[in-house]
Design a protein around this ligand. Structure first.
Ligand SMILES: *Cc1c(COP(=O)(O)O)cnc(C)c1O
Length: 430
């Protein structure tokens, strides 16, 4: 059973100050999880988790993770800026971008971040933009084909736009050394949201083998192996959560089998998890405001897909708890919908839930990563606030909800902007 980290009373008291909808993050939960991750890999001297900023790009969250010892994986100029603004320094920044504009390579280099090249053609491109390459860089590998574990096909790297072929990777390592690069890293992201303890160990085994071959054939000084993201969480109540201690031990076993005998025992393990670090520790809290009885039973809530896009975009399952009705029988079947003029704006389809009354609070689980951050403004809808539930039970607003003038902000400089400003102001007064 999935349990909400807020009770109905707690949620109602928060709503008295911060109207729904909002995303709320459980600090106690994600801090304990971050510590478990570091503990699981403590056997590796240079281990670092570079939290994938795109998952939850909120400075308050990033600051807490930085304090726990995480770095940041960035993929754009603004993510690099966020990492810098919260105080991340040089080796605490990984830049795993693709289709990268020149100015972003320059910005990353100026911060001392580690550039992770997505393609061999980017090496000359970056060198031209930078004048010369940094001492330490990384290359992203894509083995092609499908990624299999004993329980079946996990994902399809051969169809993914990311990374270099094996031949390109070997050529890139030679090129980079010829251009004066001294230290190299290898990165790969081969499967997403894997709910199995076997993914990282299997990926690690492949990358360790590759590192041994690369070091033999090119003489490169390999400093780190970056297992990237992809460690999943149990969105569905019947799934079993990954055990990060088992995953860390599995990677260690492969390290000792493959890296240590090859004399590569000083190589650091890096990770770039987003989902595993934060998803279970965030929720979207929304209120039921309408019910509709046509060919199906609908519950309309005050959040919509702009607040959480995963169900609309991927058909993803997000568990829903009706707060205060945790033990009531789930004897109704509903589509839980938002207000977009798009029929995919459904948080749940044919979901068995307790009877929902108007005004009930719904706790949509597992929105702590790839939730708020995928938000958008379709239909002129505004993004919600983000709240942080501190370990002492207090609640802090860590991003306010958007207001109409935020939506109109990029019309500044046009004559209509002043009209909109007056409309908004007059509505605020009356
Ligand atoms: C999205 C992404 C991650 C994080 O992925 P999760 O599935 O959230 O763990 C890590 N690295 C790169 C390069 C990514 O694009």
């Amino acid at each position: 059973m999935k349990k909400a980290f807020l009770s109905r009373e707690q949620a109602e008291s928060i709503c008295a100050q911060y109207p729904t909808p909002f995303h709320i993050y459980d600090e106690a939960g994600f801090v304990a999880n971050a510590r478990a991750v570091l503990q699981a890999f403590a056997w590796n001297k240079g281990f670092r988790e570079y939290f994938a900023v795109k998952a939850t790009p909120n400075p308050a969250i990033l600051s807490l993770l930085l304090r726990e010892g995480c770095g940041f994986d960035c993929s754009s100029m603004t993510e690099l800026m966020l990492a810098k603004a919260v105080g991340a320094k040089a080796e605490q920044i990984m830049f795993s971008s693709n289709d990268t504009p020149a100015e972003e390579f320059v910005y990353c280099r100026d911060m001392g971040g580690i550039i992770n090249f997505d393609d061999i053609t980017l090496i000359d491109y970056a060198e031209e933009a930078l004048g010369s390459l940094p001492e330490t860089v990384s290359c992203r590998y894509n083995p092609g084909g499908v990624f299999k574990l004993s329980n079946g096909i996990m994902d399809n790297p051969g169809d993914a736009k990311y990374g270099m072929t094996r031949d390109h990777l070997f050529e890139a390592f030679r090129m980079l050394q010829a251009k004066g690069v001294k230290h190299l890293g290898i990165h790969a992201f081969l499967a997403s949201n894997t709910v199995t303890n076997d993914y990282y160990p299997e990926l690690a085994a492949q990358l360790f083998q590759l590192a041994v071959e690369l070091s033999k054939e090119t003489g490169a000084d390999i400093r780190f192996i970056n297992l990237s993201g992809g460690v999943g969480i149990p969105y569905r109540p019947e799934e079993t959560a990954n055990d990060i201690a088992v995953i860390g031990a599995g990677v260690r076993e492969r390290f000792e089998q493959i890296m240590v005998p090859a004399g590569l025992s000083d190589v650091a393990i890096y990770t770039e998890m987003g989902r595993f670090m934060l998803a279970p520790y965030g929720a979207l809290v929304t209120r039921a405001i309408h019910e509709k009885h046509i060919y199906k039973e609908y519950i309309g809530v005050d959040a919509c897909a702009v607040n959480l896009m995963r169900p609309a975009m991927y058909g993803s399952y997000h568990h829903i708890t009706v707060l205060g009705k945790e033990t009531a029988p789930a004897d109704h079947s509903y589509d839980v919908v938002g207000s977009l003029c798009e029929n995919n704006d459904k948080f749940a389809i044919d979901r068995a839930l307790p009877e929902i009354g108007m005004g009930d609070l719904l706790f949509i689980h597992d929105t702590g990563a790839h939730g708020f951050s995928m938000g958008y403004n379709y239909n002129g809808k505004l993004r919600s606030a983000e709240l942080l539930l501190h370990q002492d039970g207090s609640v802090e607003q860590i991003r306010r909800a958007e207001q109409p003038m935020d939506y109109f902000a990029t019309l500044d400089g046009l004559p209509v902007y002043e009209t909109l400003r007056q409309l908004v102001a007059s509505r605020e007064i009356t």
